[in-house]
Design a protein around this ligand. Structure first.
Ligand code: DQA
Length: 137
């Protein structure tokens, strides 16, 4: 089982960024724990702050991997391009958000990914990444 976690803009700041919303763990720590927990999963990770790089990565893995766990962060709410990429690839995508975006500002309620996602996990903090992996097993 080959899965990839793709994180979008500002998620490189996890651990430092608004810890009351996003927690105090860095993604390196979170990823290490996930690798330990899911020893049988071939798990990789990609993060970018650049929209086109996220689209390129979706194209690269989207015909080969068994699953994509995508937290496109702010681009979730703005990017027709990422939405189209999710629609255009074959690998199923689970959309993840650390926070409950529906309990936040209205501009966070729209997702260009949701219509083509296999499922959505949000509001469970960083545990959402683990739940997303489990959804593929
Ligand atoms: C987020 C929610 C987005 O609205 C926000 O822009 C993020 C993170 C989340 O994981 O809760 O950067 O995707």
């Amino acid at each position: 089982m080959k899965l990839i976690i793709i994180n979008g803009p500002n998620l490189n700041l996890l651990g430092k960024r608004e810890p009351e919303i996003y927690g105090s763990e860095t993604f390196a720590e979170i990823f290490k724990n996930l690798q330990r927990k899911f020893l049988k999963v071939e798990l990789s990770y990609f993060q970018s702050n650049i929209e086109g790089e996220l689209i390129d990565k979706l194209h690269e893995v989207g015909f080969d991997y068994d699953g994509i766990i995508l937290n496109a962060a702010a681009y979730t709410h703005t990017s027709v391009g990422i939405g189209d990429a999710v629609k255009g690839i074959e690998t199923p995508v689970v959309e993840v958000h650390i926070s409950n975006v529906h309990a936040r500002e209205e501009f966070r309620h729209l997702s260009f990914i949701a219509p083509n996602a296999k499922g959505i996990i949000l509001g469970f903090g960083i545990k959402g990444y683990e739940l997303a992996i489990q959804s593929f097993l």
